[in-house]
Design a protein around this ligand. Structure first.
Ligand code: FES
Length: 320
């Protein structure tokens, strides 16, 4: 049976029995935001029910969970989780300003069904150059840029060789993910292989280039974790501008940060380590207290202890 829902200030749309309010509004051409693709995992499709609340199906389990976390009142419903049982329902979309419209949908018909993000299981990889600041302080700016380009090329080469994707760079570090085109086991293995390749390539780079030409050697810290994250696109007109968010990302970043205190260049969560086909030797298992995690977090150390860093600075030479 077909009912109708009146979208205040927009139009009345027909809703079939099997359709959600979101499906009906999109079918009727309303640019109704739906960042998670109608999976009950965001709040962008929410509507305020003005009339006929009793004609809607009860909130699904997913909707109940979101309403509880967000403390939404009873008359705020997720359009993608609500179906209609009768006439007399009037709603108002709650997210509908022009900037949102520009970001979430363009005016092509296809865009109404575009999913702005999806939930994926990925391997998350953070790497940071240790003690970069002292090098910057005693080097010429163009030398610093030159060296950074060399080191980041080395990172990129290993990451892309193992089918990883660089998501972001910040200062002397970067963040990459593995598993956009593979399953999680493969992703974890690839992340570890890329990390080990970087450690090995960096050793060669230090011995053959950095030490002889710049009297300096670099070390890095790597953190790897796996988990369910949301992959989306925050760019406007830049389809490659991927962003990956979720609590596992924070954990991976904290593992990378912990490399210093653990005195090991490669820290991987035990969860990720268990996925490895040929796990590298790990120096026992450690437990870390991570912010936001109630119990100590089990990790494996698969890198090397840091070397003593005090590379003697050569006396300045006069150029002729
Ligand atoms: S579209 Fe995400 S919850 Fe409805």
């Amino acid at each position: 049976m077909t009912h109708h829902v009146n979208f205040k200030g927009e139009k009345a749309v027909p809703v079939e029995e099997r359709q959600t309010i979101l499906q009906a509004s999109l079918a009727a051409g309303i640019p109704h935001y739906h960042a998670c693709g109608g999976k009950g995992q965001c709040t962008t499709c929410r509507v305020l029910v003005l009339e006929g609340q009793e004609k809607l199906t009860p909130p699904t389990v997913l909707e109940q969970a979101i309403k509880k976390v967000k403390k939404f009142p009873d008359n705020v419903r997720l359009a993608c989780q609500s179906r209609v049982n009768g006439e007399g329902v009037a709603v108002q979309r709650l997210i509908r300003d022009e900037i949102d419209r520009f970001i979430f949908v363009d005016d092509t018909e296809d865009s109404f069904t575009t999913v702005m993000g999806e939930s994926r299981k990925l391997a998350l990889f953070f790497i940071d150059i240790r003690d970069f600041t002292p090098f910057v302080e005693r080097s010429l700016p163009f030398d610093v840029i030159h060296i950074m380009r060399r080191i980041f090329a080395l990172f990129k080469n290993a990451i892309t060789q193992y089918d990883g994707e660089i998501i972001d760079t910040a200062g002397d570090g970067l963040y990459a993910v593995f598993g956009l085109n593979s399953r999680i086991k493969q992703a974890a293995n690839s992340a570890v292989l890329a990390g080990l390749k970087i450690l090995s390539d960096l050793r060669i780079f230090n011995n053959t280039y950095m030490r002889p030409y710049f009297n300096h050697t670099f070390e890095v810290g790597i953190g790897v974790h796996v988990g369910k994250v949301v992959v989306g696109n925050v760019g406007i007109g830049l389809s490659h501008n991927l962003t990956v968010m979720g609590f596992p990302v924070n954990i991976a970043a904290r593992l990378q940060a912990a490399t210093k205190e653990l005195n090991n260049s490669f820290v991987i969560s035990a969860v990720a380590y268990r996925l490895l086909k040929n796990p590298p030797y790990s120096v026992g298992c450690n437990y870390l207290n991570l912010k936001g995690v109630s119990t100590p977090y089990e990790v494996r150390l698969i890198g090397k202890p840091y070397e003593i860093k005090d590379t003697p600075v050569l006396p300045e030479t006069r150029q002729v």
